[in-house]
Design a protein around this ligand. Structure first.
Ligand code: XIL
Length: 417
């Protein structure tokens, strides 16, 4: 068992820890929220959902307040042939998030990969491809309207040197396909936060600069962009996880443009089988990423690309590598990694929720309904953006920082948004 602060204190006092259970809600998500973030979450995929032990772990909102479909909202699944839309698998993930009271990051509308050949090889002219692009986005975003906290609107549009990746959209429409996509998504669901998402933009450099230019491009067209997703498919001990200041400097370059940032697909791979030294380094690397996000107010949340090595995409794509996630192939926490992540989030300001959200309302379908009445023992103080401000059993502060409103997510959880 991983020692908690409670068990360690009891041990120091010579008391037995056994009669005292750790607080049920202590986990990566509740600590991220206590640190002022909106969520800590995990990707998942439909094939894994027959594994009940896996689903139980994923549904534990102490650890995961958000989920992302790993595949089932991509173009090849959603619109496998022109005008035929298939939402069955995506709906399974959206419904799971709603059932668990977890936020949903919707992923992804426009990507050169997992794009059906009817699009890639269709030979469409500019006007026709624009109409196909808009129709796909409008249909899918409308289907999930009100359910997606974020949409990854455009994914991986850049080469490593920061120039535009050539793909069917770029080759036919030019860079304008990017703002056209954002405008179509915004029209279909004005409340979803719209993201550009890419890898190798976690550290300053040509590709990060290219992503900043995409933010400027979308804005220059008059379209809405709310955030940039840093995928963060990292390597133990390598670039992207070397220092907290490297993270914050790079993130601040994005937030200076008026957008949020999120870490959207974090995993930190190593050669397999992982050595003890690699696991020690990996624990430090996960902690560094968390500290980087923690230090930047507009880093709104963090998602790992599934939570267990049992279902990681890494071994199938990076030969000889894996062991990239905080839970091992037997669904057990890697104690060193998990503990380092917990410590990196810290215990915040005592705003950790004491009850696990259980409502069936999707967390993203927020309203401005006042939070449920809180106990008269509620302490003073101002809750930061994303912090908890109400909910059944909540005795913490309820006053939101200026510019935010206490917004009900479900009966157990209200948040300053
Ligand atoms: C991956 C999935 O996890 C795999 O199951 C699939 O075979 C390939 O795609 N960047 C992204 C994600 O934006 O959509 C990718 O997901 C991983 C890299």
């Amino acid at each position: 068992m991983i020692p908690t602060a409670i068990t360690l204190v009891l041990a120091a006092l010579g008391a037995t820890a056994s009669p005292v259970e750790p607080r049920a809600a202590d986990g990566l998500n509740t600590r991220a929220v206590a640190a002022g973030k909106q969520y800590f979450g995990s990707a998942t995929d439909n094939g894994e959902l027959t594994d009940s032990a896996y689903v139980a772990g994923l549904s534990n909102t102490a650890d995961f307040g958000q989920i992302t479909p790993g595949n089932s909202m991509k173009w090849d699944t959603i619109e496998p042939s022109r005008g035929t839309f298939n939402y069955a698998n995506g709906d399974v993930i959206a419904n799971l998030a709603a059932k668990n009271g977890q936020y949903l990051r919707c992923h992804t509308l426009v990507w050169y990969n997992q794009l059906p050949s009817w699009v890639t090889n269709g030979g469409f002219d500019n006007a026709t491809l624009i109409s196909i692009l808009k129709n796909h986005i409008t249909n899918e975003v409308t289907h999930y309207k009100g359910k997606c906290l974020h949409w990854d609107v455009v994914n991986e549009a850049l080469n490593e040197d920061g120039t535009y990746r050539t793909n069917v959209f770029y080759n036919t429409i030019g860079p304008a396909y990017i703002p056209i996509a954002f405008a179509a998504a915004a029209a279909a669901d004005p409340s979803a936060k719209l993201y550009y998402n890419d890898y190798n933009i976690e550290a300053a450099g040509a590709k990060s600069t290219g992503a900043q230019n995409i933010v400027k491009l979308v804005k220059a067209y008059g379209a809405k962009i709310d955030g940039v997703g840093m995928q963060a498919h990292l390597i133990v001990g390598s670039t992207g996880s070397e220092s907290v200041s490297a993270w914050t400097t790079n993130m601040n370059a994005f937030t200076a443009l008026g957008v949020d940032v999120a870490i959207t697909e974090l995993d930190i791979r190593t050669n397999t089988p992982a050595t003890a030294a690699a696991v020690t380094q990996q624990a430090k690397d996960y902690a560094t990423v968390i500290q980087g996000c923690k230090a930047v107010a507009r880093c709104v949340g963090m998602t790992i690309w599934d939570y267990t090595d049992k279902y990681s995409w890494i071994p199938s794509v990076f030969s000889g590598q894996g062991a990239a996630l905080p839970w091992d192939e037997n669904l057990n926490k890697k104690a060193a990694v998990y503990d380092a992540m917990m410590s990196a989030w810290g215990t915040g300001t005592g705003t950790t929720p004491t009850a696990t959200p259980t409502a069936s309302v999707p967390a993203s379908s927020t309203t401005t309904t006042a939070a449920p009445a809180t106990s008269s023992a509620a302490s003073g103080g101002t809750v930061p953006k994303w912090g908890q401000c109400g909910g059944i059993g909540w005795t913490g502060p309820t006053q939101c920082v200026a510019g935010t409103t206490c917004t009900k997510g479900n009966d157990y959880y209200s948040q300053c948004l």
